[in-house]
Design a protein around this ligand. Structure first.
Ligand code: MTE
Length: 339
C-alpha cells in the first residue's frame, strides 16, 4: 500500500482507456457461482503463479490448505448453513489461489506469506471487549464462536491494490457481537485491534509500521447486515493467513478495512485511526468505500484484476453493494467517502 505495495505494478496492467460495462447486481442466481472444485485447474494455478517447480501438494501443505483440522476445537461448526441471500455474479476463488495471495503485514510484505503465517498461535485466543459498553469483558474465542449461530455467505473482496477475489466466508454478523457487547448510547465508533507479538509475527519488528494493526467503523456501519465477523472459510475454520481465528469483512470497502486476527474491540466516541491512515493519510482514509471513479493517488480504481482468472473487470460502486449500503452515507460529503 505504501511503496512496498504492488499498486505500481498493477497500475501498469490496467488500461488507461476502457468502456465501463456495468455488470448486473451482485445478487443474481447462485448457480453462476461455480464451486471451487469444479473449475480448479491446478496446472494453470501453478503456471500462473510462476511456481511450476512446486507440486500442488507442496503448495497446499505449506499453507495448511487441506491439512486435517481435527486439532481445531471449532471444526465441528463447519460447514455452516448457507445464507442464500448472499450470492455472487462471479465464481468463488479457489482456496489454493487466495490462500497464497494475502496481505498480512504482520508476517511480511510479500503476497505469499501463507507459510510464515502458520507461526500465528491461535489457542488460547481471548478477545477483550471494552470502552463505552455496559460492562467490559474478555471472552475466549472458543466460547464466543458458540454464542452466535454461524452462517456461510458468498462475498466479494476488493483490495485497494485493484485485485479482487470471492470467498465463501463463514461467521456471524458484526451486529450480533455489538448486541452482545451492549454499547452505551455515547459510543460512535467501533475500534478493532490485532495482536501485538513481534516474536511470533516477524513483520511486527518492522518499525516502519505503527503496530498493532488497527481499524474502525462507525456504529451505524457496525450495525449493517453486511458487516461480517469471519471465523471460517471453505467449510472449515478460517486459515491463519486469512486472519484466524476471527477477522472482519466489510465487502463494500477496500480490503484494508477488514482487519485480521482481532484481539480487542472497543466502543469509542472518537474516530479511530487505522494503521494505514496513520502511515499515509493522503492515500488511505477512514471511509475507504469502493468507488471506480475515485482513483487512488497513485493508480486507477476503475478496473480490478480477478484473482485466478486474471481477467480485468470494471469495479462497481461500493463493490456492487450500493443498493444495500448507500443509505449509510446519505447527506455525507462525497469528497471524503471514498478515501
Ligand atoms: N489485517 C491485519 N491484521 N494485517 C494486515 O496486513 N491487510 C489488509 C486486510 N486486513 C491486513 C489485515 C488488507 S490490505 C487486505 S486486502 C486484506 O486484509 C486481505 O485479506 P486476505 O489476505 O484474506 O485476502
Amino acid at each position: 500500500m505504501l511503496a512496498a505495495m504492488p499498486g505500481h505494478s498493477l497500475q501498469r496492467n490496467v488500461p488507461m482507456t476502457f468502456s465501463i460495462h456495468r455488470r448486473p447486481s451482485w445478487a443474481i442466481s447462485e448457480n453462476q457461482a461455480t464451486p471451487e472444485g469444479v473449475y480448479l485447474d491446478r496446472r494453470r494455478i501453478l503456471q500462473g503463479f510462476g511456481l511450476g517447480m512446486l507440486t500442488a501438494a507442496t503448495l497446499a501443505a505449506s499453507a495448511g490448505v487441506g491439512r486435517a483440522q481435527d486439532a481445531d476445537p471449532t471444526a465441528d461448526l463447519y460447514p455452516a448453513k448457507k445464507n442464500e441471500a448472499y450470492k455472487l455474479d462471479r465464481p468463488v476463488t479457489p482456496e489454493e489461489i487466495n490462500g497464497h495471495y494475502n496481505n498480512f503485514y504482520e508476517f511480511g510484505t510479500a503476497k505469499d506469506i501463507a507459510a510464515n503465517a502458520q507461526n500465528l498461535v491461535i489457542r488460547p485466543w481471548e478477545i477483550e471487549i471494552g470502552g463505552l459498553v455496559e460492562t467490559p469483558f474478555t471472552i475466549a474465542f472458543d466460547d464466543l464462536v458458540r454464542k452466535i449461530p454461524l452462517e456461510t455467505r458468498l462475498y466479494r473482496h476488493r483490495c485497494v491494490e485493484a485485485w479482487s477475489m470471492t470467498v465463501p466466508w463463514a461467521g456471524f454478523p458484526l451486529k450480533s457481537l455489538v448486541a452482545l457487547a451492549k454499547p452505551q448510547a455515547s459510543a460512535k465508533f467501533v475500534r478493532f485491534e490485532t495482536f501485538l507479538d513481534p516474536e511470533m509475527a516477524d513483520g511486527q519488528n518492522d518499525f516502519l509500521y505503527p503496530w498493532p494493526y488497527i481499524e474502525g467503523v462507525t456504529i451505524e456501519e457496525a450495525g449493517h447486515d453486511l458487516a461480517f465477523i469471519v471465523t471460517g472459510a471453505y467449510d472449515k475454520p478460517v486459515a491463519k493467513q486469512h486472519g484466524a481465528p476471527l477477522r472482519l469483512h466489510l465487502p463494500w470497502k477496500y480490503g484494508f478495512k477488514s482487519i485480521k486476527s482481532i484481539r480487542k474491540i472497543s466502543f469509542v466516541e472518537e474516530r479511530p485511526i487505522g494503521l494505514w491512515e496513520a502511515l499515509q493519510p493522503s492515500e488511505y482514509g477512514f471511509w475507504a468505500n469502493v468507488n471506480p471513479e475515485v482513483p487512488h493517488p497513485r493508480w486507477s480504481q476503475a478496473m480490478e484484476r480477478v484473482l485466478d482468472t486474471g481477467e480485468l473487470v470494471p469495479t462497481q460502486l461500493f463493490n456492487g453493494y450500493a443498493a444495500e449500503v448507500a443509505g449509510l452515507y446519505t447527506g455525507m460529503d462525497p469528497a471524503t467517502l471514498y478515501m
